[in-house]
Each structure stands twice: as structure tokens, then as C-alpha cells.
Design a protein around this ligand. Structure first.
Ligand SMILES: O=C(O)C(=O)[C@@H](O)CO
Ligand SMILES: [Mg+2]
Length: 259
């Protein structure tokens, strides 16, 4: 079975953030990820990881003003300086937390921003981050996120757009972050897509659809998806990034049956 990760921004939200590490460990997870580490000193998070014996797998580069609705700034030409500062901050945190991969949110394209300019800005920023990450021994992930339900206007909303971006780069440390929930909404055909794109996939996340809840709550056959990942030889992490419809521990039957 795949190596599963608990996403602490969505799972175990019954308790305050710093207590979620222990809850994840008690539930049997050996690895965690979450949206952003920047509200806490890196050392404080590293201490949680050490105490609980957990691996940090991934977090996102700073996204701009998340509370105000921003979902990344990589496509915004007037925010390049801030993007570059965020790359530094991400690298600094990763050095302490030990993760080898960070996700870069492409951002929402403002209606009055020319599409070509947004695309060229995105390519240049990702190239810059990839170069900095290469020096630090890190991999940059680019997630395709659905623009139909959750993030209208998100620049990279299909695997095809992420692959087109990868083709424009001169870098071998940039990978696709494949989120089964988002791609079920945008594309379907998830097993075959992951099989085709396997060499470019750096990280996988999942939730059922509709609703973005736990496996078994919707239309996706997760035992088949997980078995297919094993069969195709996927070596990376697979993260539970869903909103539990019950207390988190009561939504983990998919995890228990895989262990
Ligand atoms: O929303 C998702 O899906 C994520 O993976 C978050 O990290 C935001 O990109
Ligand atoms: Mg995701």
C-alpha cells in the first residue's frame, strides 16, 4: 500500500494545530504535511516532529494574503519581489523541518491581467524557484487545482497546463502535484492519468468527490486507486487532504484497512 501522509490543515482539526502532530502519530501516521508553517517558529514545529517521530513531507510556499482570498502570487507580475522573498522563507523552513519538496501555488489570474503576461510571469518565477531549490537540494511541486468548485480563476487547473509549464523550464527538480480530488472534478480518468504522468508526479493528495470528504463518502473507488499506485510502482507519498465528515479518527477506515 502507498506511504500515507496526514494533512494537518484538514485532518485532526478538532484540536489546536500543534496538538495535531500527536493525534496523527497516535492514529498510526508516520508523516505529515500542512498548508503553511510560517505562523510558527520552525524550531517549534521541528520539536513536534521529533517528539512524535514524524516526517515532514511538504508545505506550500507563502501564498500572499490567504485570509484575503489570495491563492499564490506566482503569476502576478507586480509581486515578483515578494515571491522571491517567499522562496527564501520556504527554503529556510525546509532546512529545519527536513522536507525535500515544497508546493508552489500558481495563483488566481486577476480578470484585468493579460493571460500571456500571467503565464510568462509564472514560468519565470517557477524557473527562479527551481534554480534556488536546486542549490538547496529541494524539489518544487506544482499542483493542478480545480477551477470549477474550489478555486475559480486558478492558473493551473489541469494536468495539461502543469505539463506545458514543465516543458518551458530548464530544470529537472520540478514535479506535478497530482490531487485526485481536484483532477476528478476537472478531468476524471484518474488512474490512467497518473499512470501516463508517473515520471513527472512528485506528490499525490486525495479526497473523495463530491464534498471533499474521506474515501467512501463519494464516487471514487479508493481501494482501486491505491492498488493501482502500488501496481504502477509509485514511490512517493500519498496525502489524505480531506475534510472529515465525522471526528477524524472515525474516518480512517481506508487507512486501517491499508495497514
Ligand atoms: O487545496 C489543495 O488541494 C492543496 O493542496 C492546498 O495545499 C492548497 O494548494
Ligand atoms: Mg491538494
Amino acid at each position: 500500500m502507498p506511504r500515507f501522509v496526514a494533512n494537518l490543515s484538514m485532518l485532526f482539526t478538532e484540536v489546536p494545530f500543534l496538538e495535531r502532530f500527536a493525534r496523527a502519530r497516535a492514529a498510526g501516521f508516520t508523516a505529515v504535511e500542512y498548508l503553511f508553517p510560517y505562523d510558527w517558529p520552525a524550531e517549534q514545529l521541528a520539536e513536534q516532529l521529533r517528539e512524535q517521530g514524524l516526517n515532514q513531507v511538504l508545505f506550500n510556499l507563502p501564498p500572499g494574503d490567504w485570509q484575503a482570498g489570495e491563492r499564490g502570487i506566482a503569476c502576478l507580475p507586480d509581486r515578483v519581489e515578494e515571491f522571491r522573498a517567499g522562496v527564501d522563507q520556504g527554503i529556510t523552513y525546509a532546512r529545519v523541518l527536513g522536507n525535500r519538496q515544497l508546493n508552489c501555488l500558481a495563483g488566481l489570474k486577476p480578470a484585468d491581467l493579460d493571460g500571456q503576461i500571467a503565464w510568462e510571469t509564472l514560468v519565470a518565477n517557477v524557473q527562479y524557484a527551481a534554480d534556488r531549490f536546486a542549490d538547496a537540494g529541494l524539489t518544487l511541486c506544482l499542483e493542478a487545482i480545480n477551477s470549477r468548485v474550489d478555486m475559480p480563476g486558478f492558473m493551473l487547473d489541469t494536468t495539461g497546463k502543469v505539463m506545458a509549464l514543465l516543458e518551458e523550464l530548464d530544470a529537472d527538480n520540478v514535479r506535478l502535484q497530482y490531487d485526485v480530488y481536484h483532477m476528478q472534478i476537472m478531468e476524471g480518468d484518474v488512474i490512467r492519468t497518473m499512470e501516463c504522468l508517473l515520471p513527472w508526479i512528485g506528490h499525490i493528495q486525495f479526497a473523495d468527490n463530491p464534498g471533499r470528504h474521506e474515501p467512501g463518502s463519494g464516487e471514487i473507488n479508493f481501494s482501486n486507486v491505491f492498488a493501482a499506485l502500488d501496481r504502477m510502482g509509485y514511490q512517493g507519498w500519498v496525502s489524505a487532504e480531506y475534510r472529515p465528515s465525522l471526528v477524524t479518527e472515525d474516518t480512517l477506515s481506508w487507512f486501517r484497512s491499508a495497514n
